[in-house]
Ligand binder design. Sequence first.
Ligand code: SF4
Ligand code: SF4
Length: 326
Amino acid sequence: MVSIYESPITSEEVKSKGKELGADLVGIADGSVMNENPPYPEDPRRPCDISDYDADRVIVLAKRLNLGSSRIKDWDQRHKYYNDELAITALEETALELVLWLEDKGYPALIIPPTHVDPWRYDGNPEKHLSPLLSLEHAAVEAGLGTLGLNLQLLTPEFGPRIMLSALLTSAPVDADKKNEVALCKGPSCGRCLSACPGDVITDWDRDWQRCDEYRNPYGFNKLTQFLGEVIDQTSPKEQKSMIRSEDSFNLWQSILRGAGAVNGCRRCQDVCPVGEDYESMLKDALDEIPEDTPQKQSRLNKIMDNPLSKNYDTQSRWIGSLPEE
Ligand code: SF4
Ligand code: SF4
């Protein structure tokens, strides 16, 4: 039952409850700091845009991904999609339980899932990248959980980028964490994310998000609309039936069934990143070699090394942190 009185509460209690409920990492960001520092000022997405009353704090939860699936090299293995989907489901339950716990203490709260986008922004082009309501990667940096890497993935000291994120908004009066000022990313001299990317979509401190989506959500809404369009375009019913019974159709059905491959997909850049306490002992033997690397990718990395503090770095430096000397 929701209390009409606000019980005393501390940030330590919130974090310890989040972990007891299944999160591996919990950090708390100051909503007003996030309101003042939107990651993309031309299209600000701030806690205050979501809730007028309950967004003083953004509690960021992270669940680690299981490493057996990271050790599978092919980016498009369904084992990976299913394992990640289970992590999302578990984290959703953790987030909901934490919301209810906060409300039992008298503080209304709501969940900001990582994959939810604003339907009002959809303009009829399924290929276009749609950003989530709040960038949870940037929120996680503000909550002290880590810093952003060369492709703007979140890196944590414990698990590198091999985590799933969720967040809660609340105005419970708990202390916010401070962000880290020094980059965890080893910079372009590492560049393993860029070398391994199957779509070659990573640039300097950014990525082509639209092209990345083709890999991150290989059986998402874009693929579904493409597939249905191709079925309609067939001139004979026989061809249409054959497409409806095809492997593509089967994969779409499987993805819609669980979300596996629709709301998640490629994470090869996360798997190969050497940041994280888990990498040396649990992943390096399987992932050290990068078959996707090419001389062209190395040449691009060399160019980034010549000018690591580029315009892209400047616009995201608050969340990337200061770079180690190359
Ligand atoms: S998710 Fe895949 S396609 Fe996107 S940047 Fe990472 S490796 Fe590249
Ligand atoms: S793989 Fe290397 S360059 Fe890429 S994010 Fe990780 S540390 Fe940075």
